[in-house]
Design a protein around this ligand. Structure first.
Ligand code: ZN
Ligand code: CU
Length: 484
């Protein structure tokens, strides 16, 4: 008689808490971990030998733009292949929901057009649709401040009026009541650049009673990065909410080394308010084509271009020469589109990764035709390249930043740790071989060394491919340890 659905034997359990790994078997029954320890006396309907492998909680990708991809590619291979079992969508100010029908064509990412059935007027509709047509992975959603602006304003190139702020507040309050876990802002981006600090404080403050979280793509990650950090810390204090500084970096050739200033500042904020950060493990960034960025980079690669679909993956400098334009002019001519910007210092990347409170978030852009490799490579790159090969942190610490730490920060109850009674979101990987496969040249190569990935007790990725199972669930604010 089998007394568990799955038993994973002989592995090293790294439980997500940051403490040392230990030898143990893991039993799964239904959607939960039912036992951890020496399970020699138990049998499973399915038995997996994890000799030489690590068994860990599935990774939580705290920074994604997978809002639409969850529906268009429910197997979620870019993430499942890395061992990710939950994603947080709606970052950088842009969320698919709520959609109030303004400015459909102005929306800056490629993620959002062309399917009537993927337009959600409310956060509740979005989360309900995730239940009706479930993806492979769990998902929690943030409401984008820029998305709220689209819904409340006819002209985004100015600060919101009191009346418009009230519309955004009502909309955000409804979204939080329907299960959104917080709000993101992207004050760097054109749709929100004109927003004043007070506007964001006023909107974010409606989340305080339910402890919604606030994630921030800050106004400036380059020359004025210190002011921009001050601004989001102020928003957190005045609105009474927890802040997550997204994809922390100092950008531009002139700002190399400046994480030596930003990290002590962040530590200072942490002494007086709830504030944390996430990071991706690459020295290049990626976003839409923004001509003013190109001259601060060593190199720029085009990820997609609406007017020139043929140029994806190509170097902007080469294209500019062919087009007989400056790089800035060529960038304008190739817009709308996306690009990869080589504008970060590897030493800064490592300094942020090594910062003890830093969570890992991919910031992958799944609809790009030639995406930044972070989409497919982030988590195994931290485990293999930065933890194992460079020794920047222990494997246990690396796993903690992807599991227990984000689960605690975002309030994901019974996820992010591997313990009896927790959800069976699990990854089995080989610590000797785990590594990113994706590169800037070949950005959609799956990771190496990820053996099996389970979500709510079902395998979603095994032996290098998606299983086809779709056990993912929406994670609503009410299901978390926040929002009381
Ligand atoms: Zn961002
Ligand atoms: Cu982002």
């Amino acid at each position: 008689m089998a007394n568990a659905d799955i038993i994973i034997r002989n592995g090293t359990v790294i439980d997500g808490s940051g403490t040392a790994g230990f030898a143990a078997d893991v039993a799964v029954s239904g959607d939960r971990v039912s036992a951890v320890g020496d399970l020699g006396a138990m049998t499973g309907s399915q038995e997996i030998d994890a000799q030489g492998k690590v068994v860990a909680p599935g990774f939580i990708d705290v920074h994604t733009h997978d809002d639409r991809y969850l529906f268009t590619h429910p197997e979620m291979s870019p993430k499942a292949s890395q061992g990710v079992t939950s994603v947080v969508v709606g970052n950088c100010g842009f969320s698919l929901a709520p959609w109030k029908n303004y400015g459909k064509d102005q929306f800056p990412f490629s993620l959002w057009q062309d399917r009537e059935d993927l337009i959600f007027a409310t956060a509740g509709e979005f989360l309900t649709q995730l239940e009706r047509t479930p993806p492979a992975l769990n998902a929690a959603m943030l409401v984008g401040h820029s998305s709220l602006r689209y819904g409340a304003m006819d002209d985004l190139q100015r600060p919101a009026t009191d009346g418009e702020i009230a519309v955004m507040q009502d909309s955000l309050r409804d979204c939080i009541d329907e299960g959104a876990i917080g709000m993101s802002s992207g004050l760097f981006y054109p749709p929100a650049q004109a927003a004043k600090t007070e506007e964001v404080v006023a909107v974010a403050s409606v989340m305080a009673p339910r402890d919604g979280i606030y994630t921030a793509h800050i106004r400036d990650e380059a020359d004025n990065v210190m002011d921009a950090l001050e601004e989001v810390a102020q928003i957190g204090r005045e609105a009474g909410v927890q802040v997550v500084i997204s994809h922390h970096k100092t950008a531009g050739l002139g700002n190399f080394g400046r994480t030596k200033q930003t990290l002590p500042k962040i530590e200072e904020f942490q002494g007086r308010q709830r504030l944390t950060l996430d990071v991706y493990p690459y020295h290049a960034s990626s976003t839409m084509i923004l001509p003013h960025l190109v001259n601060r980079c060593r190199k720029v690669l085009i990820t997609w271009s609406k007017p020139r679909p043929d140029v994806r993956g190509r170097d902007l400098a080469e294209l500019a020469a062919e087009m007989e334009m400056t790089a800035e002019e060529a960038a304008a001519a190739l817009s709308p589109g996306g690009a990869i910007y080589f504008q970060l210092d590897e030493e800064d990347v490592q300094r942020v990764l090594a910062y003890p409170g830093a969570m890992i978030g991919s910031d992958g852009i799944p609809d790009d035709l030639h995406p930044h490799p972070r989409l497919w490579g982030t988590f195994p790159r931290v485990l293999g390249h930065y933890a194992r090969d460079l020794g920047l942190m222990s494997l246990e610490s690396a796993v903690h930043r992807m599991t227990g730490l984000p689960a605690a920060q975002f309030g994901f109850r019974d996820r992010g740790v591997l313990r009896t009674g927790c959800f069976a979101d699990l990854v089995i990987f080989n610590p000797k071989t785990v590594l990113d496969g994706a590169t800037f040249e070949a950005p959609t190569e799956p990771a190496i060394g990820i053996d099996s990935v389970f979500v709510n007790g079902l395998a979603v990725w095994r032996h290098g491919k998606a299983s086809g199972a779709r056990p993912g669930r929406p994670i609503r604010l009410g299901d978390t340890s926040r929002g009381g």
